[in-house]
Design a protein around this ligand. Structure first.
Ligand code: GLN
Length: 533
């Protein structure tokens, strides 16, 4: 097993996750079995309880783990199968160490960061590496060198590399090489200093990924190699991608990153086959047509809150040779000013998931607009719940219909919590999470889109369609096209007579890949194209 640790220096948001994932793409296409893992230094046990302003999207794995959005990059860029163990936080490390301490596992000893915390971190890296049956584990360490909370992770890596040997483990440091306009020069000092910080704790990176706005000229490369003590071919330029993040693996390949990494780790492989990836990227860059798709959410000003949804739309578009022009609409603006102003002229409307009542009435107005104007509609999780509420209120005449999440005293709780969930008071990890099968009814739009009777889909929600209202809603034209296998939980709804209206209780956006778009997104984009025509 070979190990690559990815660290970050100078500033955050350099795209470490993307660099790690892109390296994964290249190595996988060299015939190696790659696994990726993220270590997050914060003290939350998982990001499930953080809001999108703090953390961006919470990415849900098949096993129900609520994880960092970088794991989304890993799954989209490689074929690796991720589980709960692939995202370790300081919160989990301390939770385990403290449980052991209380149990008496360290009886008589003082429990310390070194060795007890670092042992726990190393065990987790080794566990993921060895259980994966892979050839290479790429482990990304969240945060920036110099952060106090990252130190135990870096120390654990130092020990780990010593244990497995430097021919089996390397550090790839993602750093910023800023261009100073007044001087007309790229500056290497911040990188030198972040490397110095790593050396202080006994770490020497072997590869530098240099994020830069200007080409790294020879002199700058030589200086970085000399001062940072890395081979010249391991100084890798990583400029901003011109069009799409999916160019990143190709750009890094052009810089010879995969060749250098294989040399450093003594791996003999064939050259990577990137043919289909290149084709995919070309389709993204110059599509034959374009459509306008609105996303009505409450975190639209954040780049990361709906990441997987944006990616899924891109994947679906690419498969239809169609570029997506996103129209990001704040649900609260619709609440105040109506849907017409913001949604007229779009070819499709997506309502993403969400928690809490802010913006909900705006989302309900957006659904009404899509239903009445026969605009293709895709509702995801909360998107299905608001679609149900809208239908109940405006088609079935159930005035005041709502979810009990937003109105505990609603006369018509069309979305509510299951009895067995009501006693759960913990907020962390207490939702219906992870993959559950959905049974699809033949003859429905969903069946046409999936072409299958049963599909596994990932969930993350507390509230459910209230089955007591099933008949009332169905009798007015709501089609329940997917349920749990026992029929008790509603998973998919659609509208009789509407050209394309599907809302699901789950999150299809967590299962879409560049060359393998999710059927719901693909179906939705094809409907938007038909709508334009
Ligand atoms: N807030 C809703 C629930 O808990 C929807 C959750 C979501 O959209 N992920 O059921």
């Amino acid at each position: 097993m070979k190990y690559i640790f990815v660290t970050g220096g100078v500033v955050s948001s350099l795209g470490k996750g993307l660099a790690a994932a892109s390296l994964g793409t290249l190595l996988e296409r060299r015939g190696l079995k790659v696994v990726l893992q993220k270590l997050d230094p914060y003290l939350n046990v998982d990001p499930g309880t953080m809001n999108p302003f703090q953390h961006g999207e919470v990415y849900v794995l098949a096993d129900g783990a609520e994880t960092d959005l970088d794991l989304g990059h890993y799954e989209r860029f490689t074929n690796c199968v991720l589980t709960r163990s692939n995202n370790l936080t300081s919160g989990q490390v301390y939770e385990t160490v403290l449980a052991k301490e209380r149990r008496g596992d360290y009886l008589g000893k003082t429990v310390q960061v070194i060795p007890h915390v670092t042992d726990e971190i190393k065990a987790r890296i080794r566990e993921v590496g060895e259980n994966s049956g892979g050839d290479i584990l790429i482990t990304e360490i969240g945060g920036t060198t110099g952060d106090i909370e990252g130190l135990p992770f870096l120390e654990a890596i130092r020990q780990f590399i010593l244990e497995v040997g430097s021919e089996n483990a390397i550090i790839m440091h993602v750093t910023l090489v800023p261009f100073i306009k007044a001087a007309g020069e790229l500056k290497t000092k911040p990188t030198q200093q972040s490397i110095a910080k790593l050396r202080e704790i006994g770490l020497q990176p072997q590869v530098l990924i240099c994020r830069t706005e200007m080409p790294l000229i020879k002199e700058v490369r030589e200086k970085l190699a000399l001062f940072c003590n890395v081979p010249l071919d391991a100084v890798v330029e990583a400029g901003d991608v011109a069009h799409t993040i999916y160019e990143a693996p190709l750009n890094l390949q052009a810089e010879g990153l995969d060749v250098t990494v294989c040399r450093l780790l003594h791996l003999k492989t064939h050259a990577p086959d990137m043919t289909d990836w290149k084709k995919y990227v070309n389709r993204l860059i110059s599509p034959k047509k374009r459509v306008k798709v609105a996303i009505v959410g409450k975190y639209i000003e954040l780049q990361d809150a709906y990441k997987s949804i944006y990616e899924s739309l891109t994947h679906a578009g690419a498969s239809l040779d169609c570029g997506i022009d996103l129209v990001l609409v704040d649900a609260e603006s619709i609440e105040n000013e109506g849907a017409e102003k913001y949604l007229r002229g779009v070819a499709g409307v997506v309502i993403p998931g969400g928690f809490g009542d802010r913006g909900v009435e705006g989302k309900i107005k957006a659904v009404r607009f899509a239903r009445e104007s026969r605009t293709p509609f895709l509702g995801l999780c909360l998107g299905m719940q608001v679609a149900t509420i809208e239908f109940a209120r405006h088609v079935c005449g159930l005035e005041g219909a709502n979810s009990t999440e937003f109105d505990a005293n609603t006369p018509h709780p069309v979305i509510s919590m299951l009895e067995e969930q009501k006693d759960v008071t913990d907020k962390g990890g207490s939702m219906r999470l992870g993959t559950w099968p959905t049974k699809i009814k033949e003859g429905t739009l969903a069946y046409q889109v999936y072409g299958k009777k049963e599909v596994p889909e990932r969930h993350r929600h507390r509230y459910e369609f209230n089955i007591k209202f099933r008949e009332a809603l169905e009798s007015q034209g709501l089609v329940i096209s997917g349920t749990s296998p026992d029929g008790d939980l509603v998973e998919l709804v659609e509208l009789k007579g509407h050209p394309w209206f599907i809302a699901c209780q789950y999150h299809p956006e967590f299962q879409s890949k560049p060359n393998l778009p999710h059927p719901l997104f693909r179906g939705f984009i094809s409907a938007t194209l038909a709508h334009e025509d």
